[in-house]
Design a protein around this ligand. Structure first.
Ligand SMILES: Nc1ncnc2c1ncn2[C@@H]1O[C@H](COP(=O)(O)OP(=O)(O)OP(=O)(O)O)[C@@H](O)[C@H]1O
Ligand code: SF4
Ligand SMILES: [Mg+2]
Length: 367
């Protein structure tokens, strides 16, 4: 075993950070075992982000604010050169996880260990250095690129943020980046508005690569793209990952896409991870009723449909549920005659190991 071998469910940090997990009996995770964590690049431990807001016409008069537990005790780890897919429907907290990892927003609780460094303890100058090693491909394609800058200037700005290079070195690097993302040099003089969706996405990826990151958080990198262009972007990301030895947290609402590119998949529901395991396993033997719904809602072509009999009303963070937060939509809950375990306030299901590298948070997993 290498460094950092004492682990709870593998959600554990490397030294020098002492184990901080609330896991074990009574915590969010109900099991312990040992795993070699020496090549772990990212360790997310009991991460929480609660947003507080008051809604309605006279909200400013209200003293009480509602809580949105956008990320509610999330733990996972990512090894070097590994791709972890984070999947779940709109609003379940995926982007918030990405922003927390990059410390673009502050967590309510929990820890993020990147390359053995605790992100919360970093000084400004250290954080700046670490930021060059972890980058985010943002979900909103148009907001991600400055519309008043040409492609060449966008890349130049990114290249020179962390490196002091001369004119020739910068141009050489720009040419390399354009080559890496398969964009013609003729596009260097274009503004983002003059590019297609796929080309814009490639510029976004080139800009992220410009700082030579180790970890990329790719947040819905294929959103707003045609299916054929989606495939090109996925292939490009996969090629780059192999060539440059990158690690990805790949965020998407599309389980099919996530399964295609990722080694491991974590399924998120209402701020929590409800199932996690190797992609193959999650695809062919989902054990959480929610993951099962995600699969059964895909047609052969991959489009999302609402299957008859499945409850597809969107969850509401502001109407908290007791017990398992999925129970109002769960077919297993209904078919078993509303078992009390599922609605017991003190008994929200914890992620529990159920097979080799397979974890499920459900009292009645599908077998
Ligand atoms: N700054 C904020 N202030 C208040 N609430 C927020 C804020 N950012 C996100 N939220 C809320 O937190 C929840 C999770 O948002 P998030 O953007 O992480 O979801 P998501 O899974 O990325 O969704 P999508 O697939 O639509 O991108 C949502 O209910 C959202 O409205
Ligand atoms: S714990 Fe109960 S309600 Fe929750 S997913 Fe499992 S069966 Fe459904
Ligand atoms: Mg999002």
């Amino acid at each position: 075993m290498g460094q950092g071998t004492i682990c709870a469910a593998g959600w554990q940090s490397n030294p020098p950070n002492p184990p901080l997990l609330k896991g074990g009996k009574g915590g969010i995770i109900d099991f312990y075992w040992e795993i070699d964590m020496s090549d772990t690049i990212l360790d997310v431990i009991n991460l929480k982000k609660y947003f507080y807001h008051s809604a309605g016409l006279f909200s400013f008069l209200k003293k009480e604010k509602s809580i949105i537990p956008a990320v509610d005790d999330v733990s996972f780890y990512l090894k070097e050169k590994e791709i972890l897919g984070l999947v779940g429907e709109s609003g379940c907290g995926k982007t918030t996880v990405g922003k927390l990892i990059l410390r673009l927003i502050e967590p309510t609780d929990g820890r993020i260990i990147f390359n053995g460094m605790d992100m919360q303890n970093l000084q400004k100058s250290e954080l700046r250095k670490v930021r060059s090693q972890m980058q985010m491909i943002f979900q909103d394609l148009d907001a991600a690129l400055n519309p008043r800058m040409k492609v060449k200037d966008i890349l130049k700005e990114a290249i020179t943020v962390y490196e002091d290079l001369d004119y020739y070195q910068v141009n050489k690097r720009i040419a390399e980046l354009m080559n890496q993302v398969n964009l013609k040099k003729s596009k260097l003089g274009n503004y983002p508005d003059e590019l297609s969706g796929g080309e814009k996405r490639r510029v976004g990826i080139a800009r992220v690569l410009a700082v030579k990151p180790k970890l990329i958080i790719a947040d819905e990198p294929t959103s707003a793209l045609d299916v054929s262009i989606q495939a090109q972007v996925i292939n490009l990301l996969r090629d780059l990952q192999e060539k440059l030895g990158l690690s990805y947290l790949f965020i998407s609402h599309d389980l099919r896409l996530v399964e295609l590119i990722s080694n491991k998949v974590a399924v998120m529901y209402m701020g929590r991870i409800v199932e996690m395991g190797l992609s193959d396993r999650i695809a062919h033997k989902p054990m959480h009723p929610y993951t099962n719904i995600l699969w059964s809602s895909l047609t052969e072509g991959g489009d999302k449909v609402i299957s008859p009999g499945l409850s597809w009303q969107v969850f509401d963070f502001e109407r908290p549920v007791t017990g398992c937060r999925f129970h109002p939509r769960c077919e297993v809950f209904k078919s078993r005659g509303n078992p009390k375990e599922c609605i017991d306030l003190q008994n929200e299901p914890k992620l529990t190991q159920i097979g080799a590298s397979h974890y499920v948070a459900c009292h009645f997993p599908l077998l």
